[in-house]
Design a protein around this ligand. Structure first.
Ligand code: ADP
Ligand code: NA
Length: 330
């Protein structure tokens, strides 16, 4: 097709995606799939770079794919596949490993952050070369753009450097992709710690809204969200981070401007805003949850969808890989 290509992925490293993933990634992807030839990948090879439980990983891989579809990724429009079902990812990553300087890889700040968390004995070489596997993910599909969060900018820069280096050393082979940093995409904060990004890596789940949580669990978390003593419903990120976060979530999920929500709740208490938000979140997530459960209940059908997407991904990726092998004399 003549449409520009995008590649994006998420790790299957949690039992449920969270509200930040939904707003920052999934809902953007759903919108983009109309205008792009989109490859959306459940990056399970990335997920084994840190300690993991094999049974959980297999289940989470399916559950992540199911949530993509349930949230609106249409397998008829987008290629939604599982990374380990396309061997070219690991094969191209090896080739790119041989083109990456040790110092260059050592400058990746995400490795520095993560390896500190795990300690130098537990942090694997796989975690160190993670950005190189990510470069392979992107370059195999000749992606023009990579929709990612700001935290991934450095990895996309490395991808560009590797593509350019390969092209100049071995002949034009890769499209050099652009990072498409989601400007204006709302960043969602933890409900208990509203100056930290909502993340699956948070120490407790009390402030983490999970797509697959039952309604009563989500309700409890929202009703207990940290606010302030000022008791006015007003957006002010610096002075009122908790209330501002609730307003942002409300606004993004309803498509209404923040000002209109401030107006609706003017003169009312935080409890009312929270109750309103409980409804909005439930309206958004209830259908996603139901659809995810349906998809997971028919494992054979889900696996068939993923296998058929992997077939297309293998075709495209295999074409790139054989050009690479030709170019370097393998
Ligand atoms: P986590 O921080 O939970 O580990 P990931 O780093 O796996 O999440 O992110 C997966 C995708 O979700 C990325 O595209 C990222 O930009 C988006 N994302 C994650 N957390 C948030 C958040 N709090 N607000 C907005 N987008 C987010
Ligand atoms: Na992360």
């Amino acid at each position: 097709s003549a449409k520009p290509v995008i590649f994006s992925g998420m790790q299957p490293s949690s039992d449920s995606l969270h509200l930040g993933n939904y707003i920052g990634a999934l809902s953007q992807w759903t919108r983009m799939q109309e205008d792009y030839d989109a490859f959306f990948c459940v990056v399970n090879l990335h997920a084994i770079t840190v300690p993991q439980d094999p049974k959980d990983l297999a289940e989470r891989t399916r559950a992540t794919a199911a949530q993509y579809i349930a949230a609106g990724i249409d397998p008829a429009k987008s290629t939604l596949f599982v990374q380990s079902q396309v061997p070219a990812h690991a094969e191209l990553a090896w080739v790119l490993n041989t083109l990456t300087g040790f110092g260059e890889a050592s400058r990746m700040t995400q490795f520095k952050d993560k390896s500190q968390r795990y300690g130098s004995d537990t942090a694997s070489v796989g975690l160190f070369t993670y950005p190189i596997l990510m470069a392979a993910d992107i370059l195999l599909y000749q992606a023009n753009a990579v929709p990612v969060g700001e935290d991934q900018r450095q990895h996309v820069e490395l991808t560009r450097d590797l593509a350019t280096r390969f092209n100049s050393r071995f002949g034009d082979t890769f499209v050099v992709p652009e990072a498409q940093i989601q400007q204006g995409t709302a960043k969602i904060y933890d409900l208990q710690d509203p100056t930290s990004k909502m993340s699956k890596s948070a120490e407790t789940e009390a402030g983490l809204i999970k797509v697959l949580d039952p309604a009563n669990v989500t309700k409890k978390k929202i009703m207990r969200a940290v606010t302030d003593d000022d008791a006015t419903i007003r957006f002010d990120r610096a002075e009122k981070p908790g209330v501002s976060n609730l307003l942002t979530i409300f606004s993004v999920l309803t498509g209404r401007p923040v000002a209109s929500i401030e107006d609706e709740f003017a003169g009312r208490g935080y409890g009312d805003l929270k109750k309103g938000l409980v409804e909005v979140v439930e309206e958004t997530f209830a259908p996603v949850r139901t659809r995810t459960e349906e998809l997971l209940a028919d494992r054979a059908e889900l696996d068939r969808l993923l296998a058929s997407a992997a077939e297309r991904a293998n075709e495209v990726a295999g074409r790139t890989l054989s050009r690479v092998y030709d170019a370097i004399g393998l």
